[in-house]
Write a protein that binds this ligand. Structure first.
Ligand SMILES: Nc1ncnc2c1ncn2[C@@H]1O[C@H](COP(=O)(O)OP(=O)(O)OP(=O)(O)O)[C@@H](O)[C@H]1O
Ligand SMILES: O=P(O)(O)OC[C@H]1O[C@](O)(CO)[C@@H](O)[C@@H]1O
Ligand SMILES: [Mg+2]
Length: 540
């Protein structure tokens, strides 16, 4: 079992260096077999010196000298190291046998200098650090391990895809199948059809490299998908009944929550089942990882819609082009598409409340741009301005089968508002072109760089499962693939931080209003401004 990172503290059973940390991960309460008496925590803080020498991270300054503390005792500045580790099957199956990794014999890895990831390799969550600051949170580096905990001919793997579509799902499916087969000689791979409910309501598909050979060229998911239908007990019963021992779960935050429950139930039942999550979401709202797959493809596709809106708007008098993009709670697609395009005058996202009337409002801005350029292009994320629309329409909350709030159409609402303002208030005719490419940007196949990214994710997930890790999500953290505890990626949602430089870059690029200005009597309701300010505070 890969326990080397843990071993320096194995002799310090009651060490204060062990802590449950701010990310104490609830029920993941098993210790590693080599550390039978460790407290039931997974988040470990290491002693500065031990961790430094043991982990082989000589802490060096730019002159290649060990960095010394400014303070009196000249200890190397190397404390505050935290490993947020993922569970391993041997946590609850301590006698599980291990085997040499068959990759040793693989022709693909024949000339690789270092076939296996060192058990000591970790990935830092923060790469911008202060010289004297704590070393911070780390995750296990993803990749093949020297030992595996499954015999290839005893593996029965399954793959399931849940939630909304996203470019690249088929590439991930393909590469899990090919990775298992070509790297580890696994032949028994099942596709679960139609999301979580497919475990107990549908027959399985047999997946081979031949069956999945071409699927990456198509959008969507070869296995189909669904929302709702997560019944942990029924799913795990089914996993058990079918003799499945590796479960690959591709999906967004909801799916990963479901995967965590599956892992916990598997652990409770003491099953030798590796549960691996592969994060998928077009909204890029999954925490910890750098970026979700398919996001770049979607942003690229969004350019076509923005370009069309711009061409239409600039070809007529007083042309107003509006493009609605996906982004339920996070405006990353709109933000990135705007920054990439340069044709956008204003970008509206859920994280940044806006207002229409009065000084600093959207109407005033549109009027100015029309005067200046004769046309204006607005990009908005579907989750933007929801509070205003539902307030005006007295809308009741409607949810989808997974419990996600169904959004009101902000694109249509804004289109109407702008039209009304110009015809009724300004008495000016405008030429409105509204484009809604929301599903078009996620239903396409992934581009080249997303395809490569998907391949890495799939192979990392396969290596992790074969190595006996379970209850993990794989993903890039500062460009290095890591195994992250599932609960860690679902505890928060990744959103655009208005206080980060990226949003400032966008404002600097479009020169749009920040909607933070309020002047009494200018039409903007005081309550709306309070909402804006509260939201701003929340992002700080
Ligand atoms: N808290 C939860 N616990 C267990 N299962 C969940 C939970 N939330 C969602 N699920 C299940 O996960 C699946 C997908 O969830 P959801 O529809 O929210 O999409 P998602 O995975 O978040 O992806 P996306 O939001 O990118 O479309 C559904 O089958 C749903 O039942
Ligand atoms: O596929 P559905 O159920 O229409 O859901 C659409 C939602 O899914 C997402 O694409 C996330 O997967 C959101 O951007 C969007 O709000
Ligand atoms: Mg989701």
């Amino acid at each position: 079992m890969e326990s080397t990172i843990s071993s320096p503290i194995s002799s310090t059973k009651s060490s204060p260096l062990l802590h449950s940390g701010s990310h104490s991960l609830g029920s993941r309460s098993q210790s590693f077999p080599s550390l039978p008496s460790l407290p039931s925590v997974q988040t470990l803080r290491y002693p500065s010196f031990k961790s430094r020498s043991f982990l082989g991270f000589p802490f060096r300054s730019r002159q290649n000298q060990p960095i010394r503390s400014q303070s009196s005792n000249h200890q190397p500045v190397n404390d505050g190291f935290v490993l947020e580790d993922v569970p391993h099957l041997t946590n609850f199956l301590p006698n599980l046998p291990s085997y040499p990794n068959p990759l040793k014999q693989s022709q693909a890895y024949a000339v690789v200098k270092q076939t296996f990831v060192s058990p000591d390799d970790v990935v830092a969550q923060k790469v911008v650090v202060q010289r004297e600051g704590p070393r911070g949170v780390h995750f296990r580096r993803a990749g093949p391990r020297e030992k595996v905990y499954f015999k290839s001919d005893e593996v029965r793997a399954c793959i399931v895809t849940c939630g909304g579509l996203c470019p690249g799902i088929n590439t991930v499916i393909r590469e899990i199948v090919c990775g298992l087969n070509y790297m580890y000689g696994v032949e028994d791979i099942l596709g679960i059809e139609g999301g979580y409910r497919g475990f107990y309501s549908k027959n399985t598909l047999r997946l081979t490299p031949k069956v999945v050979n071409d699927i990456h060229k198509r959008g969507g998911t070869f296995l189909r998908t669904s929302r709702g239908g997560h019944d942990t007990n029924k799913i795990v019963d089914n996993i058990q009944d079918r003799g499945i021992n590796q479960v690959y779960i591709i999906g967004g935050d909801g799916t990963q929550r479901g995967a965590d429950l599956i892992y916990k139930e598997v652990e409770k039942r003491g099953l030798q089942v590796a549960v691996a999550g592969i994060p998928k979401t077009i909204d890029n709202d999954i925490a910890v990882i750098d970026k979700s797959f398919g996001f770049d493809t979607a942003v690229e596709e969004a350019q076509r819609a923005i370009n069309a809106a711009h061409v239409e708007a600039e070809s007529v008098d007083n042309g107003v082009g509006i493009v609605k993009l996906m982004g339920r709670y996070s405006g990353f697609i709109a933000l990135n598409a705007t920054l990439a395009s340069r044709d956008v005058d204003c970008c509206l996202i859920p994280e940044s409340p806006f207002y229409l009337e009065g000084r600093g409002g959207l109407f005033e801005f549109v009027e100015e741009r029309l005067k200046e350029n004769g046309h204006v292009v607005i990009v908005l994320a579907e989750g933007a301005g929801q509070e205003y629309i539902s307030g005006e329409m007295n809308a009741v909350d409607v949810k989808d089968a997974s419990g996600n709030k169904l959004l009101l159409d902000v694109g249509l609402w804004l289109t109407q508002k702008i039209k009304d303002h110009f015809t009724k208030v300004q008495k000016t005719a405008i030429n409105m072109k509204y484009i809604d490419p929301t599903y078009m940007i996620r239903a396409i196949p992934s581009n080249a760089s997303d395809n490569i990214y998907c391949t890495l994710l799939a192979q990392s997930a396969v290596h992790g499962a074969m190595a006996g890790f379970s209850g993990f999500t794989v993903g890039p953290v500062n460009s290095r693939h890591a195994y992250i505890p599932i609960a860690r990626v679902t505890e928060t949602q990744n959103t655009v931080k208005l206080t980060d430089r990226m949003w400032a870059r966008l404002l600097a690029s479009t020169n749009q209003p920040s909607f933070l200005e309020y002047s009494e009597g200018q039409g903007q309701a005081k309550e709306d401004v309070d909402v804006i300010n509260n939201n701003m505070r929340a992002t700080l």
